[in-house]
Design a protein around this ligand. Structure first.
Ligand code: PRX
Length: 653
């Protein structure tokens, strides 16, 4: 945790509006009263192993476990000795039953094409692609990198990896060639699955060009598989690159699934921490799948006839847990959309909801704020009466956005589940159970059964009611990350050393007199820009890798639409001149190093970075300057922040 936060976390939010579950909703829900929720929660707290053992019966195991939990802090093993396969749980068991012809995925491309994959179709395609991977020499334990647009082949590739026990690492299509290469190198992926491109706001995203850039510096890659999506011309390297459709045409659609140890790695997903190097979060099979499946059922109150639409990209954890594994493990019908919410116009999501009669929508506050800005006329032009539940994830939702979502999208009848969790937690941790928990704008409300969070001081003491502190989790849970890929020490120091004996989330929070949690944002150097997680150090490293830059400091500044924006302070090498052209060059450089999501919103050139006497960058001062709380003069040319720094120094140390 960064010292600049000084350990004092103050919340200014007060909110008195409470929305009890609508009685007709509660009557039909899986958990239908607060008493029922509380008894589940207490039961799980008193007998976690008994509770989780019972819950895990909902999955299909090929070999029963001998022990529910082996807890050797901070290393956990869940369902020890048990064996299962995630693709069997997500596909085969539904394809073998009455849901065989039920739509598993309803896909819509940005240009408007549609494709429906039933559970039976999915079984055929997943098995076929699993054989393709085997044909390329992938064996159990080999890592497969996936860098694709939001097309059905992405889901197929993910599940095919799970089928043969090859951990996947999905890299969001918005990341650059350099960022992709860094991830492939870290996990030594053997095969890369990509596409010729994807569509975003009518333009082609050049995924294959980026994949080529990465492959050139990743000797671990033995093959690249390319799905045809856009049909535009791309280069194919003989001997290395293969078209998906060519290999699939030759592959059998029969591929028995591997029976995998419960702790077999399912995937690695890179996310930003407070250093420059992204962390490979490792999730394993049994516990992760249980967390994803169970929380999808609880939090979205999922029923067999629901049509569920999660708008996240599978490149992020939300897409992993709540577009792929959670809904499919429950045999649900998921809508998957390839493109932008405002293409060809701002009504696209609402058109999708009307057309497929979506009943559950799961999206992010940053999107909700954009919808608000675009105006009510877009949702109002469509029939949204099929909706019965709304979800929010990724950042704190401001009460104004919550109320708009409730009124305009939910027609004042749909409960809103504000879900707090992280890449590391694997599944939702704090959220309402919509038939049981009264909801409150801005609060993620209560922990799910089996989850024991607490708000504590820096030295681990519980804080009082409504006092701000650090959010920690006190008991292990099945879908927790197991380690950071290849770096047990960093796993221990990042998550289990800040507050001894507890999992440290990196978030600040308070708990009110009713036991509701209010998440107050990160207490470390992690930024949350439009729900995307980035580290200040990552952007700083990208900036200083430019030959004209001597030093850089990056901070977040409040942004009405995206929650936070990126503000950079840069000192130049001697002899370099600040200019608008250089500013543009640096922004482009960051995009090349990381991706467009990390493009700094503003870059200020400064003579020197304000530092304390001990040499620490005064980030709090920079945050104030970035937010316009301190006048720092003309920002178009070089400025001298050292004067401000001198005035402020006493404050910071
Ligand atoms: O700061 C919290 C914020 O997002 C962080 C996790 O980011 P990531 O691993 O990318 O996962 C995002 C999707 C789960 C958290 O540490 N966050 C996530 N959900 C919420 C939230 N902050 C407030 N309220 C939420 N519902």
């Amino acid at each position: 945790m960064s010292a600049e936060n000084g350990g004092s976390i103050v919340s200014i939010l007060t909110e008195n509006r409470v929305f009890p579950p609508p009685p007709e909703f509660a009557a039909k829900s899986h958990v239908s009263s607060l008493e029922q929720y509380e008894s589940l929660w207490n039961r799980a707290k008193d007998d976690p192993e008994g509770f989780w053992g019972e819950m895990a019966q909902t999955l299909q195991w090929s070999k029963p476990w001998e022990k529910v939990l082996d807890w050797n802090p901070p290393f956990a093993k869940w369902f020890v000795g048990g064996e299962l396969n995630a693709s069997v749980n997500c596909v085969d068991r539904h394809a073998a039953g009455p849901n065989k012809d039920k739509a598993a995925i309803i896909w819509e491309g940005e240009p408007g094409e549609k494709r429906v994959l039933t559970y039976q179709d999915l079984l055929v395609e997943v098995s076929r692609f699993a054989n393709v991977l085997k044909g390329l020499g992938v064996v159990k334990g080999d890592v497969v990198a996936i860098y694709m647009p939001m097309i059905p082949e992405l889901v197929i590739a993910v599940l095919a990896c799970a089928r043969i026990g090859a951990p996947h690492t999905v890299v969001f299509g918005g990341f650059s060639a350099e960022a992709l290469a860094g991830r492939i190198q870290d996990c030594q992926a053997k095969v890369l699955v990509t596409a010729d491109g994807g569509f975003r706001r009518g333009k082609v995203v050049p995924l294959k060009e980026n994949a080529d850039g990465a492959a050139a510096v990743c000797p671990s890659l033995k093959a690249v598989v390319v799905a045809k999506r856009t049909g535009h011309d791309i280069a194919m390297t003989a001997g290395r690159d293969h078209w998906w459709h060519d290999l699939a045409a030759k592959a059998s659609s029969d591929c028995p699934a591997e029976s995998l140890d419960s702790e077999h790695p399912l995937y690695i997903l890179y996310t930003s921490g407070s250093t420059g190097k992204p962390k490979g979060i490792l999730h394993t099979t049994g516990g992760y799948l249980l967390g994803a499946a169970l929380t999808t059922k609880w939090v979205f109150d999922l029923k067999d006839d629901d049509v569920y639409f999660c708008t996240a990209d599978i490149g992020w954890v939300t897409g992993h847990s709540y577009l792929v594994y959670g809904p499919l493990a429950n045999g649900a019908t998921s809508v998957m959309y390839e493109g932008a919410p405002n293409w060809p116009d701002e009504g696209r999501f609402w058109k999708i909801i009307q057309e497929y009669k979506v009943s559950i929508l799961y999206t992010a506050p940053t999107a909700i704020r954009a919808f608000m800005k675009w105006g009510e006329q877009f949702p109002k032009s469509y029939d949204l009466s099929s909706l019965r539940l709304l979800g929010s994830v990724g950042e704190p939702i401001n009460p104004e956005a919550w109320m708009w979502y409730h009124r305009v999208i939910g027609g004042e009848r749909c409960p809103i589940v504000d879900t707090w969790w992280q890449t590391e937690t694997g599944s939702i941790m704090i959220a309402p159970m919509p038939g049981a928990t009264p909801t409150i704008p801005g609060s993620a409300t209560r922990p799910l059964p089996g989850i024991v969070p607490e708000v504590v001081t820096r030295d681990g003491k519980p804080v009082g009611v409504n006092e701000g502190g650090f959010l920690v989790i006190k008991q292990p849970w099945p879908s927790m990350l197991r380690t950071l890929y290849g770096d047990d020490e960093r796993y221990k120091s990042t998550y289990w050393s800040e507050v001894p004996g507890c999992y440290f989330t990196g978030d600040g929070a308070r708990r009110d007199e009713h036991g509701n949690f209010w998440i107050m944002g990160r207490v470390d150097d992690v930024l949350n820009v439009a729900g995307h997680r980035l580290s200040t150090m990552e952007v700083e490293s990208a900036l200083v890798s430019h030959p004209k830059v001597a030093e850089a400091a990056v901070v977040g500044k409040p942004d009405e639409l995206r929650g936070q924006a990126i503000s950079a302070f840069v000192t130049l090498e001697t002899g370099q001149e600040a200019s608008e052209a250089l500013r543009q060059e640096l922004r482009a450089h960051v995009v090349k190093e990381i991706g467009a999501l990390a493009r700094p919103d503003d870059i200020r050139f400064t003579e020197s970075l304000p530092k304390t006497r001990s040499g620490k960058i005064m980030r709090r001062l920079l945050r104030d300057v970035a937010a316009g709380r301190e006048s720092s003069g003309d920002t178009s040319t070089l400025e001298d922040l050292s004067v401000l720094a001198k005035l402020k120094e006493e404050d910071e140390v």
